[in-house]
Ligand binder design. Structure first.
Ligand SMILES: Nc1ncnc2c1ncn2[C@@H]1O[C@H](COP(=O)(O)OP(=O)(O)OP(=O)(O)O)[C@@H](O)[C@H]1O
Length: 310
């Protein structure tokens, strides 16, 4: 659905994007993460045909964004990180306005708009003026606007920013539904653990470079992220604590009624070695599990500035 090759964008002397390569297959939900100013919005604006690249190419559905912007616009629904909603419109009128801009006939709009309002949970606000809607509702209305022409690809720049936890959950549920409808979604966010739950793949961008990409588990296992291993033993816990304390990549050990908790910063292979060692020493293990590291940890690890994750 998206094919980006060697994409560069310069603003004067400033290099905002530095040779980005990215392929996103149809039906994927792709999370674009990175610190402020990394280049997420710039990449998304280029994909949305609103900004011309300095060099390199970006294609959407096989159409080059620079050479065939009109075709690209038919394929995409773009939600910028700031939303311009026309306050004097009612929610329904607002969607009619955008539908008409896409050339959708009135009768078809009249059929489609109630469905869109339903999808974004705004049916009961259909006659409300846009300026009376909460921020979360405005975001959802904006999302409905992106869907009026039934695009294959949604490019959503921080759709959950500024929303309270409940509104974020609502947004996430809608995105899940869109995924189940087969849409390809590119979504940027700072709310990383939330992204982890819904994306198939992530790309981490920093200083205009893609420093890591892949599925969330792959990236987590490649990175030397601090893990917490939870080990339950049938007896000899004190002894196990001593043994583990002398093993490589073990930083800290805590013991409570639920077992032994090991702060570990090795890779998968070293983790499996640790388990193997315990078994060899004759410890009887009830369970050996890894507490879920969240995407926030991965992100901090990757973007600490040394480009180690490349
Ligand atoms: N029109 C512009 N003129 C000059 N510099 C720009 C312009 N647009 C973006 N930049 C710069 O390019 C860099 C990337 O900006 P971009 O908005 O893509 O970052 P971002 O990853 O989306 O960050 P945020 O999460 O803060 O929105 C920033 O340093 C920004 O100041």
């Amino acid at each position: 659905m998206i094919e980006i090759r060697g994409l560069c964008k310069q603003f004067g002397a400033f290099q905002a994007l530095n040779s980005i390569d990215l392929v996103i297959p149809k039906g994927t939900v792709f999370g674009f993460v990175g610190p402020n100013g990394a280049g997420k919005s710039t990449t998304m604006s280029i994909l949305a045909t609103l900004l011309a690249p300095t060099s390199g190419t970006a294609k959407v559905g096989g159409c080059d964004v620079t050479r065939h912007p009109k075709q690209v616009r038919k394929l995409i629904g773009y939600m910028p990180d700031f939303f311009g909603v026309y306050d004097q419109f009612k929610a329904t009128e607002y969607l009619h306005f955008y539908g008409a801009s896409y050339g959708i006939p009135k009768a078809e709009r009249a059929r489609l708009i109630p469905q869109l309002l339903e999808l974004v949970n705004l049916t009961d606000k259909k006659d409300a003026y846009v300026d009376t809607l909460s921020r979360g509702m405005k975001q959802r209305l904006c999302l409905a606007r992106c869907l009026v022409h039934d695009p294959e690809l949604l490019i959503l720049d921080e759709p959950a920013s500024g929303l309270d936890p409940r509104a974020r959950i609502e947004m996430r549920e809608i995105l899940k539904e869109l995924k189940s409808m087969g849409k390809t979604i590119v979504i940027s966010s700072h709310i990383l653990p939330e992204l982890a739950e819904m994306v198939d793949e992530i790309g981490v961008i920093e200083h205009g470079r893609m420093v890591a990409k892949g599925n969330v588990q792959e990236i987590q296992s490649r990175m030397r992220v601090k893990r917490i291993l939870q080990i339950r033993l049938a007896g000899r816990e004190e002894e196990a604590e001593q043994y583990l304390g002398g093993r490589p990549f073990v930083n800290r050990i805590l013991r409570d009624g639920r077992g032994v908790h090991v702060h570990f910063d090795g890779h998968d292979e070293e983790q499996s070695e640790l388990l193997h060692g315990l078994i060899e020493q004759g410890f009887r293990i009830i369970s050996f599990s890894e507490a879920q590291t969240n995407l926030e940890d991965v992100f901090l690890e990757i973007t600490k500035g040394d480009g180690e994750g490349e």
